[in-house]
Design a protein around this ligand. Structure first.
Ligand code: HEC
Length: 170
């Protein structure tokens, strides 16, 4: 019995010795370094010229279609944390993610569309960037919708046209 165990042990050790040959190739491949190419001065490292143009202010004019599209994209990508109404209480936050500030308070009300687009592109604090998932046109649509969301909660009722005010006050 003992002798068999010794033989099995010896065979296993032998196969251990044989392994590194296979591994060396993988390790050597992983270790190969690409030369570092510095970004030339006066150039922007990311995106094409068309993408950058799509991101520059003032952005597209606000229209009903743009807002409808923005609402659709906001509900998909932003509401999980910011909440459908922008109160910072989305389902991800209810599961423990650090809450974003409500869009209806303080400095958040003064956010410009351009700033919202910038934050969506680059991320901020604990919020990751959406550059890979949300194309620039959609970022403007979302930013426009967030501004509309803010207005929906803060527009002074006495400045509404009479017919709208009656509806709101009903
Ligand atoms: C995973 C959760 C999460 C998602 C999804 C998310 N955000 Fe945020 N967002 C946050 C958090 C958290 C903060 C606060 C970050 C901080 O200050 O550390 C924040 C902050 C912001 C701010 C405030 C920036 C400022 O200058 O104060 C804006 C604007 C914003 N998010 C827009 C968006 C938009 C637009 C989307 C959808 C494309 C989105 N967020 C999706 C979590 C999220």
């Amino acid at each position: 019995m003992n002798r068999i165990a010794v033989i099995i042990g010896a065979v296993m050790l032998a196969s251990c010795d044989a392994e590194p040959t296979g591994n060396t190739t993988i390790t050597a491949t992983r270790a190969r370094m690409e030369p570092y190419v510095a970004v030339p001065p006066e150039t922007l490292p990311r995106g094409t010229a068309a993408q950058r143009a799509a991101l520059s202010p003032p952005g597209p004019p606000i229209s009903r279609d743009l807002l409808a599209h923005g609402r659709n994209r906001y509900d998909t990508f932003c509401a999980p944390c910011h909440g459908v109404a922008g109160n910072g209480d989305g389902v991800v936050v209810q599961r423990g993610f650090p809450p974003p500030p409500s869009f209806h308070t303080g400095a958040q009300q003064a956010l410009t569309r351009a700033r919202i687009v910038e934050v969506t592109t680059e991320g901020v604090g604990t919020m990751y960037a959406f550059a890979e998932r949300v194309p620039p046109e959609d970022r403007w649509a979302i930013a426009s919708y967030i501004k509309a969301l803010q207005l929906s909660q803060s527009f002074p009722i006495d400045q509404l046209p009479d017919d709208l005010r009656r509806q709101v006050e009903q």
